[in-house]
Design a protein around this ligand. Structure first.
Ligand code: UGA
Length: 442
């Protein structure tokens, strides 16, 4: 019979750590999460989640109230409490696109110094292939007691804005293990998940995460490449995507062309994946092209704008959408950062609107000279010579086009997410440019 495990440790109260903690706690496990940043610790301990993630705050609060979830700033507490510890610290982009593993390394040192009995350590963070060996070596160097431990890799596939649903309804769980004991512990923890479970070794599990994100990025860059050829040939990208997507081997999801992928995962993971291939001297031309196509998307927005307004100096442009995608306030690697930067360089005054990401954008962009942040989306377009759409927030799709037009100095829309139908915007009297439409040539 499988051993029942219900005391889990989680290191890191970032998005992955919080969702993992609250998710497992709400399934009946007892969870202790360690967070060293005192500000974040104080906030999450009081049930306040410092990121915009639908349903997360309610779930954390419920789990704190039911006493299934506790927080601490001491790794030692988690080691005393749990037999299985999930490592959920950040692996941001470091120098030359490499994954920065400094947080992982210091977790290894910290755990090793405090280890006093057998533990299973589970990597959940996205880490380059071989990180489990690196962690084992670090641990071996710093162990104070003669105790055993196992390493496993169970990569996380949460999407920002949909993380709670993704936690409870994963398409699959990948379990990279090295021992029978790890198999038993993880079987018990994941027994409530009915999706396919793929048991493999840690190196394969580490690679699967990058391979998945690389493939998703490839689908988007492929769609963007198709959009480019449509624009110069009279083809229309929407029926084209529908036409290929109906082939069940291809599928229709995640092949929407536009201003490209952003966020804290796809851009950094493609860069780190490129570096992994370089390190192992394996050809990575395809990955480089995926990145190259994506990097040029914000510039393509400016080119579309300039094809209508040759001299941008002293013009006024509205931006709708600062977040890298809807349902999040995250602006990391958001196309908006690059598009706004280029507009400012062209001496354009920019009015920005986003339902939730304005504060994050202000922090990320730093010098906000020449930018106005406007709460109402229609007022943001007041007296503007163009409107650029960079995030497909639902409220933008249901725009009252007549009201919008009455505000603008020139009825021109550059749509980086393809949210409107050409005939509806034309009927309302707009000049409309989107990716993959031949009308862009007008
Ligand atoms: C991504 C993956 O989708 C998750 O499976 C993974 O767990 C996560 O990274 C991670 O590594 O932790 P996320 O970064 O939240 O999730 O965002 P996505 O939903 O993947 O969107 C990424 C970007 O692609 C967005 O800027 C979105 O606008 C863009 N996108 C998406 C397109 O341009 N076209 C599409 O068809 C789909």
């Amino acid at each position: 019979m499988e051993k029942k495990i219900n005391k889990l440790g989680v290191i890191g109260a970032g998005p992955v750590g919080l969702v993992t903690s609250a998710g497992f706690a709400s399934l009946g496990n007892e969870v202790m999460c360690v967070e060293s940043n005192q500000e974040i610790l104080a906030s999450v301990s009081a049930g306040r989640v410092p990121i915009f993630e639908p349903e997360l705050e309610d779930l954390v609060t419920e789990c704190i109230q039911s006493k299934k979830l506790k927080f601490t700033d001491q790794t030692r507490d988690v080691i005393d409490f749990a037999e299985v510890i999930f490592i959920c610290v950040g692996t941001p982009e470091g120098e030359n696109g490499k994954a920065d593993l400094s947080q992982i390394d210091s977790v290894g040192v910290d755990i090793a110094k405090n280890l006093n009995s057998y533990k299973l350590l589970v990597e959940k963070s996205t880490v380059p292939i071989g990180t489990h060996t690196r962690l084992k070596n670090i641990m071996a160097l710093h162990l104070k007691n003669d105790v055993q431990f196992d390493m496993a890799c169970v990569p996380e596939f949460l999407r920002e804005g949909n993380a709670i649903n993704d936690f409870f309804n994963p398409d699959r769980v990948i379990l990279g293990i090295e021992s029978e004991n790890s198999r038993q512990l993880l079987s018990s923890i994941y027994k409530d998940f009915e999706c396919p479970k793929i048991w493999t070794n840690p190196a394969t599990a580490e690679l699967i995460k990058y391979a998945a994100n690389g493939f998703l990025a490839m689908k988007i860059s492929y769609a963007n490449m198709l959009a480019d050829i449509c624009e110069v040939t009279g083809a229309d990208v929407e029926p084209l995507i529908e036409g290929i997507g109906q082939d069940s081997r291809i599928g229709k999801s995640f092949i929407n062309p536009g201003v490209g992928y952003g966020g804290s995962c796809l851009p950094k993971d493609v860069s780190a994946f490129i570096d992994i291939f370089d390190q192992h001297k394996v050809n990575n031309g395809l990955l480089k092209e995926i990145e190259y196509i994506n990097r040029r998307r914000p510039e393509a927005i400016i080119t579309k704008l300039k094809s209508s307004i040759t001299d941008l100096r002293h013009k006024k442009v509205a931006i709708w959408g600062l977040a890298f995608k809807p349902n999040t306030d995250d602006v990391r690697n958001a196309p908006s950062l690059e598009v706004v930067r280029r507009l400012i360089d062209e001496q354009v005054s920019v009015n920005c609107h986003d339902p939730v990401a304005t504060d994050q954008f202000k922090r990320a962009f730093k010098e906000n000279i020449g930018i106005r942040f406007v709460d109402d989306m229609y007022n943001a377009a007041q007296d503007c010579h163009a409107l650029i759409i960079l995030t497909e927030w639902p409220e933008y799709s249901s725009t009252n086009l007549d009201q919008l037009k009455s505000k603008m100095a020139r009825p021109l829309i550059i749509d980086g997410r393809g949210i409107f139908q050409l005939d509806e915007v034309h009927r309302a009297g707009f000049e409309y440019k989107a990716f993959g439409l031949t009308t862009n040539k007008n």
